[in-house]
Design a protein around this ligand. Sequence first.
Ligand code: NDP
Length: 277
Amino acid sequence: SQPSRYAVFGHPIGHTQSPRIHQLFAAQFDIALTYEAIDAAPEAFAEAVQRFFVAGNGHGANVTLPHKGAAFALADERSEAAMRAGSANVLTRLADGRLAAHNTDGAGLVRDLTERHGADLRDRDMLLLGAGGAARGVAWSLLDAGVASLTIVNRTAATADALADAIGEPARVRTRYWQDLADIGSFDLIINATSAGVLHQSLGLPFSLVGTRAVCYDLAYGAAAVPFLAWAQAADAHRSFDGLGMLVETAADAFELWHGQRPDTEPVYQVLRQPTV
Ligand code: NDP
């Protein structure tokens, strides 16, 4: 029989690690699959998805910037995690041909932080920088993991307020203005969910945010994570991590949704960590 067909949709998509990750997972189970990277401009996304799933007999797709909101909107069914985030990073074709949307960002981040890096999230005061698609995806999962408080700070304050309102947990969730970052004290856990690193822009963060034994985490990875991690180190953060582990964990959730088997993420993470020549 033909190997089943998978893809990742993004724009741009040249740098994606997803095909490699899914082929490495598939090799663990001797599953034959094809996994391609599809570059679709926003206006062409819905049609490209149709073509992949209907005419192309695709089974599942990952979705990355800037299509996560559109993927959520065009699906026929949505998981609770996708509903909370208002965006989807996984699309799956159901047996009846309809499309199901899911969001694995939050679960992937929490697993990477707690299981790979051994971070304890319970009773911690957390700062979430950014309120875009990725921040929305992870905020609920961090609250579920038991953080004591979640302070959301976004350059555009209204977006942070909208996220806090959507979460609806005023006892634990508050927002602050970006221009007040120097005056809001220190945190145990600082998550950079902005796209500043990808855009080569500086966040201009004060060192005072970093509490003793603070963990700093950038959702971005590779060169895009370098400025934030350098800041964390300069601020004497206890530990700091980029988002490569989250990427592998979110991919593992997609793989399990599609194939019903849970891959071992650690060897794949180690392969991706090695510098490419
Ligand atoms: P969005 O475009 O949805 O959101 C971008 C966010 O960054 C907004 O909150 C925006 O603020 C903020 N921002 C952008 N530039 C600046 C700046 N110069 N200063 C301050 N804030 C800024 O992007 P996503 O949420 O989808 O992605 C964010 C990051 O997370 C990306 O780096 C992405 O690669 C990474 N990511 C990693 C994943 C992983 O598996 N490791 C998964 C998903 C995302 P404003 O509202 O004011 O515009």
